[in-house]
Design a protein around this ligand. Sequence first.
Ligand code: EPU
Length: 435
Amino acid sequence: MGSDGDATADVIRVRRSGSLQGSVRVAGAKNSALKLMAAVVLAPGRHTLRNVPRIADVTLMAELLERMGARVTRGTDEPDVVTIEVPDEMVPEAPYDLVEKMRASIVVLGPLLARFGEARVSVPGGDDFGHRPIDMHLRALEELGATFTTSHGVIEGRAERLLGTRILLEYPSVGATENLLMAAVTAKGTTVIDNAAREPEIEDLAAFLVGMGADVSGAGGSTITIEGVERLHPVEHTVVPDRIEAATYLAAVGLAGGSIAIEGARADHMEMLLDKLGAMGLRVDDGGDRLWVTAPERPGRLTSVDVATLPYPGVATDYKPLLVALLSVADGVGILTENVFAGRFRYIPELVRMGADIRVEGHHAVVRGVETLSGAPVRAPDIRAGAALVVAGLAAEGETLVADAHHVARGYQDLVGNLARLGADVALVPGVGGG
Ligand code: EPU
């Protein structure tokens, strides 16, 4: 498959923009598409995925599948459709050069063990938000009967035949739940996952597996029950919409003002966030398969709130940089508490460069809203933080240059084009430095 996501232009230039108007469509969820692409390994044959975002991480996952022996093609007339031909034999391996670029590669561990009884996956290193262990993935797979050894930076897993059992996760980890779910679908007997992650992307993965012939119930709740089946078959499936991308346009309106429709966004996947944004003064109406969002009339400002990130259905950690950007110009003081990734604060010094008044104390960010931000050269430390700096630039006097914009391309199909079509003054420019 070719490459997607604009990784060549590495700086996004944003200027203060007037009210946003019009409509924008969200793409399929990155954090679902990547897992569904891993799950195809479970059944040989031709799988079809619709609504697959054209982003750099999907290109990396396609490359990983191709190195394992699959053929991945994106439709020319229908570019959001990806077909994957899974062969009978595969190389059950995720090499370091890909795991290092994309941590989500580790979700091939469960499906490879289930299908081939062996898997070699490089140990992921730290990343932009610090040390991210995979101990829970390994312990849970061990409970199904897998064994692991690690040497020379590679985890080697083996399993004769996985055996269903009850597994209590000590924390509802998204990745551990996914690996376990994919490993359990062809295990012998019944697997019960307690304290499972409940994110909409987990429900999407379960629906995908059921489409392949698996017997999964309870996904979306804390207890998932899987009755192992002998074999699975190829599937056709549409990826759930990206709630984090939808939140990015909500935040853009909160910062620039205006009123837009976000097509494809699902209010039922974002309830806690919508409650918080409502309390801040953004008006959001649920139009079924779209959201309508309207900012207060200028010069009215949003009002500060306190927010704590939590596993779903709590406010997602991925929304946090967007919320910090909104609180930066809201009226009052808001305290944002990070409960998921302790080190996920690296974008805060960048917002401070733009004039935000933020103090970090442990895992809390105390944000005192200022009247206005001022444009500055900044650097995107990761996907979501990069997007937050771009939307913060919409409310900043003058010009903001967001360097390392390749992070944004990892997770957004066309953030710049979509914001520009809503009336924002934003463009990709050739790498001129910044930060
Ligand atoms: N954790 C462990 N041990 C484990 C697994 C997780 O200690 O074995 C800890 C993590 O270090 C973290 C917490 O548990 O402190 C939550 O991690 P989780 O496993 O739930 O997250 P993940 O599967 O690694 C996914 C998304 C992230 C999103 C989190 C939380 C993908 C590819 N990534 O990560 O999204 O922030 O869930 O919702 O699905 C992004 O899209 O930019 C992104 C980072």
